[in-house]
Design a protein around this ligand. Structure first.
Ligand code: PLP
Length: 393
């Protein structure tokens, strides 16, 4: 049976591919250290598990409204008020099956064939594929390493065309860990307002920040920008709840209503039990979240130092998320490989360390490492990478 044209150009997620390869080696008995994962290594906090158990026992296991239970919407609205000082109503929120499906649904309701969405590179792997699935065109613009991987207002202005519908801003970023300041967001926002472009602000790593700079949502900067922005967020990364699949989108009533209609014919509601778990996550304060954040910060500080000692490796210091995105171009050249992909493959074969090649993120000179394993394991992994680089010199 011939498949649809729509899926023929779909590329599988490169993060999942490397994780699968590392798992196969592990299953075959090798001592593999995987640095490819995109999820925290902590258990979901116990008060969240308890809320899910209670929900099951109380029979809260039936359909809910497609856009999510009212209590969870209210908890999200409350969180937005507390964390960002932003006021929304229930018609402006949709609870989704993870932030990923919030984005998928958003592109489906937003884009007509050939509409353009500006995607700064390096980007999270699913943005371009989701835009293409909605028959839109991802327009890539290189957020350069010399600019700390940040899109500049001039670059944004130059990339806008009559077909541009939206731009994605992901701060803190996967894969680079960089974070935009308020001033930088304000300048980008002005360009968006001037050209009437929707801002899709993916804030899934909002709670994982390792500097004194606060997280700023572009929607906080002015009322006009708030109206022009759809915020995407969820509990996956903040509360170590990747498997529960709860995210949300918040913003324009018209867009959220369309997304809710679409969800009512696709996923229906996200899992009822997971919604009650997320309700507990957002109702209890951030104590547990901060414990996880502190552990990540410690790992980042040390791993960054070790990484920078490897010959031919340079790295923009991340401010958030849980990834390092070093440039390994010099090391790859020095080691006599033709591409970063080949280098990554040889590293996995020889030293059993799994990294994700940057090509999947639109940055072929880089690799992504997640620091979601213990410090001991991280130290061992960096030692192995160093040994590999030295051996091939
Ligand atoms: N946005 C970014 C930048 C991510 O890195 C991820 C997950 O890796 C998501 C969205 C999706 O998260 P969720 O687990 O809520 O679907």
């Amino acid at each position: 049976m011939e498949l649809s044209n729509r899926v023929k150009t779909l590329t599988p997620s490169s993060t999942l591919a490397i994780t699968a390869k590392a798992k196969a080696l592990k299953d075959a008995g090798h001592n593999v250290i995987g640095l490819g994962a995109g999820e925290p290594d902590f258990n979901t906090p116990s008060y969240i598990l308890d809320a899910a158990t209670s929900a099951m026992q109380e029979g809260l296991t039936k359909y809910t409204p497609a856009g999510g239970i009212v209590d969870l919407k209210d908890a999200i609205i409350n969180k937005m008020k507390q964390d960002q000082g932003l006021a929304y109503n229930r018609n402006q929120v949709i609870v989704t099956t993870g932030a990923k499906h919030a984005l998928y649904t958003l592109f489906q309701v937003l884009l007509n064939p050939a509409d353009e969405v500006i995607v700064p590179t390096p980007y999270w792997v699913s943005y371009p594929e989701q835009i293409k699935l909605a028959q839109g065109n991802p327009i890539f613009v290189e957020a350069e390493e010399k600019n700390q991987f940040k899109l500049t207002p001039a670059q944004l202005e130059n990339t806008i065309s009559a077909k541009t519908k939206a731009v994605i801003i992901n701060s803190p970023s996967n894969p680079t860990g960089i974070m935009y300041s308020k001033e930088e967001l304000k300048a980008l926002g002005e360009v968006c307002l001037k050209h009437n472009i929707l801002i899709i602000s993916d804030e899934i790593y909002e709670k994982l920040i390792y500097t004194d700079d606060p997280h700023v949502s572009i929607a906080e900067i002015s009322n006009q920008l708030k109206e022009q922005t759809i915020i995407i967020n969820g509990v996956s990364k903040s509360h170590s709840m990747t498997g529960w699949r709860i995210g949300y989108a918040i913003g324009s009533e018209t867009i959220i209503k369309a997304m809710t209609n679409l969800a009512s014919h696709s996923t229906s509601n996200p899992t009822s039990i997971a919604q009650y778990a997320a309700l507990a996550a957002y109702s209890k304060g951030d104590e547990q979240v901060e414990k996880m954040r502190d552990a990540f910060q410690d790992r980042l500080t040390k791993t960054y130092e070790w990484l920078c000692e490897i010959p031919g490796v340079t790295c923009v210091k991340p401010k958030g998320a849980f990834y390092l995105f070093p440039n390994v171009k010099e090391a790859v050249k020095m080691n006599g490989f033709n591409s970063v992909n080949d280098w990554v493959e040889a590293l996995l074969e020889e030293e059993k360390v799994a990294l994700v090649p940057g090509s999947g993120f639109g940055a072929p000179d880089n690799v992504r490492l997640s620091y979601v394993i213990s410090l001991d394991q991280l130290e061992e992994a960096i030692n192995r990478i160093k040994r590999f680089v030295m051996k091939h010199q």
